[in-house]
Design a protein around this ligand. Structure first.
Ligand code: ALA
Length: 526
């Protein structure tokens, strides 16, 4: 136990590598596997659902520009991740990187942010899954009432609110199923990941290819629709909101409004969700054959491919359907129906359902392993690291994560979930960029097989862009209040529990891992 100064205690690089030695993974992944691993985690609810909603609510046809902005941001962050992954090639996440560099309290905060990034993202994807599932059932003349398949507002085809949902039952059920699979130890193999990636890519590329014949360029004009104030015109803003809004205006040079430049920036912050997952490649550092070369190719390769596909998909989407009509649970299917290809709409729905299922599996898996590592470190109760004797999975932890994710998916709206998940991820990415700068000065001798190019410009630009999008999201009062209260309570929990129970603080060694190693799909075979 240590005094308050102990909150910045750090694990040494040697220590963190030794802890993972016990579960040493095979170095079997080449660059192509890493690219596929990344695409498997990236393509999901963001492109299948949020693109339409962000176009309708925030950016209009300029959603294409939003994708460019966010793609650029992710490239900066990805280069930072690649440096950390090559210098600290342990399986794990940004939590481990911060524990060795910035110290325990920052690692704890990173853990809190990753809970939003992985846990709430899984709920977000479940709500997207539910939209496509309900829509597919409708094709089979099975109707689940809107009140029981959404927790957010119910909208008509023009985006006008016509009611309020109560609970999203399909989203709860699918999280339950995924949790059950994870509890008994089913994680995705490389083969399954490759099949799912193939399905997702086929659906997206077919949509772009077929859809491009039906694009009406007139729908792209005006590219940036005229700005209207948000929240809805005339709604008075409280003082805190006004001050925050002013700050956002100063930093971003725009207003977090519907449409206009502010809308494009806010749209970028919303569809940022579509890119989440590229950093999962970095967690496979210990399994990569040649991390120095393959990691950057894996992370950037997946990112570049997805960025191109996203820009093309969004351009086709808003070129087929007037953007205002895209505020729908299954917007890509709406566009396909519009061009009169009902069979293709069904294929899109099946592809989306398969693709989103695998993203959920990976996200929930990642969350349970982050809790597992934090519990092994003594920052969370030891029950979260208890491994089931037969299934060899951290089952208590998995069930707790599953119940929490199901509750969020069942009772929160898609917009709120995606925005909170993005806030957590943007803050986490910001810390990653700062960690790269910090480590370069604090530990210049650390072997870095891959070095972020154009240092310090790259991490500085990454940090600034993350902050701008973060502030745009925080201009929404509910998001800001939730996030600040969440962080505040989370930090209090550290002072009440983690600080006193930290194994590092007590001078205890963290033994090697006994559960399934922290691996993501693709970790089993080349
Ligand atoms: N990027 C992933 C998705 O869009 C999380 O579902």
């Amino acid at each position: 136990m240590a005094g308050i100064g102990g909150i910045f205690r750090r694990k040494s690089v040697a220590q963190i590598q030794a802890e993972h030695e016990h579960g040493e993974l095979k170095r079997s992944l080449g660059a192509l596997n890493l690219v596929l691993l990344g695409i498997g985690c990236i393509i999901g609810t963001g492109i299948f659902v949020l693109t339409g909603r962000a176009a309708a609510q925030w950016a209009g046809p300029a959603i294409m520009i939003s994708f460019v902005i966010t793609g650029l941001l992710c490239a900066f962050v990805a280069l930072c991740y690649a440096e950390l992954a090559s210098a600290l090639p342990v399986s794990g996440s940004a939590y481990s990187y911060t524990y060795t560099s910035m110290g325990e309290i920052v690692a704890w905060i990173m853990g809190l942010l990753l809970l939003l990034e992985y846990g709430l993202a899984a709920s977000t994807v479940a709500v997207g899954w539910s939209g496509y599932f309900v829509s597919l059932l409708q094709n089979m003349h099975i109707v689940i009432p809107a009140t029981l398949s959404t927790a957010g507002p119910i909208k008509d085809a023009t985006g006008a609110v016509i009611g309020q949902g109560i609970v999203n039952i399909p989203a709860i059920v699918v999280i339950g199923l995924v949790t059950a699979l994870l509890t008994v130890g089913v994680s995705e193999s490389a083969t399954v990941n490759n099949i799912v990636v193939f399905i997702k890519l086929s659906v997206v590329i077919a949509f772009i290819g077929i859809g491009s014949f039906y694009v009406h360029p007139a729908l792209w004009h005006p590219l940036v629709p005229a700005q209207i104030p948000a929240p809805p015109a005339g709604t008075p803003m409280d003082m805190g909101h006004q001050i925050w809004r002013a700050l956002v205006d100063v930093v971003s040079g725009s207003k977090a409004t519907r449409y206009g430049i502010g809308g494009v920036i806010h749209g970028a912050a919303v569809i940022f969700f579509a890119y989440l997952g590229f950093e999962a490649v970095s967690t496979a550092g210990a399994e990569s054959r040649n991390p120095a070369k393959d990691m950057p190719i894996g992370i950037l390769g997946a990112l570049v491919i997805c960025t191109i596909l996203y820009i093309a998909t969004s351009a086709v989407l808003v070129g087929i359907v007037p953007y205002a009509s895209l505020d729908n649970p299954a917007p890509i299917a709406v566009a396909v129906n519009q061009i009169g290809l009902p069979w293709f709409a069904i294929l899109v729905k099946i592809g989306a359902i398969a693709g989103l299922s695998s993203v959920m599996l990976v996200l929930l898996y990642g969350q349970t392993r982050i809790f597992y590592t934090m519990s092994r470190d003594g920052l969370l109760p030891s029950s979260l690291a208890v491994v089931h004797p037969r299934f060899k999975t951290p089952w208590i932890n998995t069930i707790i994560v599953g119940v929490a994710a199901a509750a969020a998916a069942g009772f929160m709206s898609l917009d709120a979930l995606a925005e909170l998940s993005n806030v957590g991820s943007l803050a986490a990415f910001c810390i990653v960029c700062v960690t790269v700068i910090y480590l370069r000065f604090h530990n210049p001798g650390l072997a870095r097989p891959f070095r972020t190019p154009f240092f310090p410009v790259t991490p500085i630009l990454g940090t600034i862009m993350c902050l701008v999008l973060l502030m745009s999201l925080m201009a929404v009062t509910a998001t800001r209040n939730f996030f600040l209260i969440y962080l505040g309570v989370g930090i209090l929990v550290y002072f009440a529990y983690g600080m006193w129970n930290s194994k590092l603080g007590k001078g205890l060694a963290v033994e090697g891992h006994e559960a399934e190693p922290m691996e993501l799909p693709g970790g089993e075979e080349p």
